[in-house]
Design a protein around this ligand. Structure first.
Ligand code: NAD
Length: 482
């Protein structure tokens, strides 16, 4: 099989990297190299910055409705190509193709459509000082901005960033993860087909050190919107500290799930299993610390184990697969290392715990069983560090107060879910939990208008709705005296 050669998208053209150097792109379900990814360098970056700067004056002054029209054409093209894109995402990432289609590709189109519409509704504030003056706020695009995205939801998070940036009139240099570059490449082709003006969006492929860091540090980049690990977020903060750039950092999570004895039992078992193991546990929002009220602990844990053991693990390209491969050999090794650590820390594996060897074309794939571990205290590394894989722990709690204390005992603060029929309790907990998102009797239910982001090591800044439009614009107050 000949390898697919991915190209950068630069100044409206699909180009090889200046260095002529490529990285291997593996299919996680088979372990085989199937594509080559450009390893971009400073020379590509300089060209991208020049192209983005050149296109900024016309794109930023194009009427919002016309920018929205181009973005809507792009969303149409994603929808028309949804089967091809879903298949590409499943091959590149290892996720089940049904999930890729219904979540990743569906959301990629929805992201673009949402911000295309939002920009036509975006208004700014005005503050009257009675009989003295009137203030109004101008919101202008920033210029050339960087959008850097991770591997777990490749096209979903790529579009989540570039859509608001482009909608408000910025020009963009985007860097997808080098581990899952394929759908951003296919998206570049769709940008050309949609008639996006040259240089408005530029996509540079390559590793973090080779192109991610130079991109964030480039003096003519005005803002960085980053989604990825907390350690990388720290590096970006440090590297740009003296440049006074706008930064939006969406980082890691170690999310608590609080199950009370009065929950709607069957529905909660199903949803908690989904929240722990969707996308093989590789969603920043996955609930990996599951706390269960004492009275329900044994019954709920048994039902959760039984539910998880029913998951159909298999070839991501089979329509009925519910649980696919982990994204890479390195990530699989990391996850297996944590399962070993959990046992050294005194944990008991209730289900899973092993690498899974499938037959046929997936024999060498990176599959790990969905794993539930009991018997660990909250302070151990297994319960404090982000594993970002199909591993969760269960712990009992005695009352509401202890549940909150356990949930908040983490350096992360991205998302929490609460499962209870007591509405008063749900309100109390929503207020007390130190996370940017609290889901009550649901998980990953998303309204794109809501603020999205984390506290503490889970990041700074918020995405979504108005927050994103505000991040990608500079506010200027004009005060006019009567
Ligand atoms: P990562 O931090 O390793 O990489 C993310 C992106 O940053 C990649 O494109 C990578 O090439 C690039 N990068 C790496 N080093 C860089 C540097 N020094 N400067 C600039 N860019 C650099 O993360 P990952 O392993 O791809 O993704 C997994 C992490 O992402 C997990 O921690 C997960 O929780 C987090 N995540 C967070 C959210 C959220 O919304 N909060 C969403 C998805 C994933």
């Amino acid at each position: 099989m000949s390898l697919i050669t991915i190209k950068n998208y630069l100044g409206g053209q699909l180009l090889a990297p200046e260095s002529g150097t490529y990285l291997d792109d593996h299919e996680p379900a088979t372990g085989q190299v199937y594509a080559r990814t450009p390893q971009s360098s400073a020379a590509d970056l300089d060209q991208a910055v020049a192209a983005a700067e050149q296109s900024f004056p016309s794109w930023s002054t194009t009427p919002a409705e016309q920018r929205a029209q181009v973005l809507n054409r792009l969303a149409d093209l994603i929808e028309q190509n949804q089967d091809r894109l879903a298949r590409a995402e499943a091959i590149d990432n290892g996720k089940p193709i049904t999930l890729a289609k219904n979540v990743d590709i569906y959301r990629a189109a929805a992201n673009i459509r949402f911000f295309a519409q939002a920009i036509t509704q975006f208004s700014s504030e005005s503050h009257a000082m009675e009989n003295v003056a009137i203030n109004y706020t101008l919101r202008d695009p920033l210029g050339v901005v960087a959008c850097i995205s991770p591997w777990n939801l490749p096209l979903y998070l790529f579009t989540w960033k570039i859509a608001p940036a482009l909608a408000v009139g910025n020009t963009v240099i985007a860097k997808p993860s080098e581990i899952t570059p394929m759908t951003a490449y296919l998206f570049s082709e769709l940008c050309i087909e949609a008639g996006l003006p040259a240089g408005v969006l530029n996509v540079l492929h390559g590793t973090g050190p080779a192109i991610g860091a130079p991109l964030t540090e480039h003096p003519r980049i005005k803002a960085v919107s980053f989604t990825g690990g907390s350690a990388t977020g720290t590096l970006i903060k440090q590297a740009t500290a003296s440049q006074h750039k706008k930064l939006s950092l969406e980082l890691g999570g170690k999310n608590p799930t609080l199950v009370f004895a009065d929950c709607d039992f069957d529905r909660t078992v199903d949803e908690v299993a989904r929240s722990a193991f969707a996308n093989q546990g590789q969603i920043c929002l996955c609930g990996s610390r599951i706390y269960i009220e004492n009275d329900l602990y044994e019954r709920f844990t048994a039902a959760l184990v039984a539910r998880v053991e029913q998951l159909k693990i298999g070839d991501p390209l089979d329509e009925d697969t519910q649980f696919g491969a982990l994204v890479s050999q390195a990530h699989m090794d990391k996850v297996l290392g944590y399962i070993e650590l959990a046992q050294q820390e005194g944990g008991t594996v209730l289900t899973g715990g092993q690498r899974l060897q499938l037959s046929g074309r997936c024999a060498d794939g990176y599959f790990v069983q969905p794993t539930i571990i009991a018997g660990l205290d909250n302070a151990c590394r297994t319960n404090q560090e982000e594993i970002f894989g199909p591993v969760c722990t269960v712990q009992p709690f005695s009352d509401e107060q202890q549940a909150v204390a356990l949930a908040n005992d983490s350096e992360y603060g991205l998302a929490a879910s609460v499962w209870s029929q007591d509405i008063g309790r749900c309100h109390r907990l929503a207020k007390q939990l130190n996370t940017g998102i609290v889901w009550v009797n649901c998980w990953l239910l998303r309204d794109l208008r809501t603020p999205f982001g984390g506290m503490k090591a889970s990041g700074s800044g918020r995405e979504g709705g108005l927050e994103a439009l505000r991040f990608f614009t500079e506010a200027k107050n004009v005060c006019i005296k009567y």
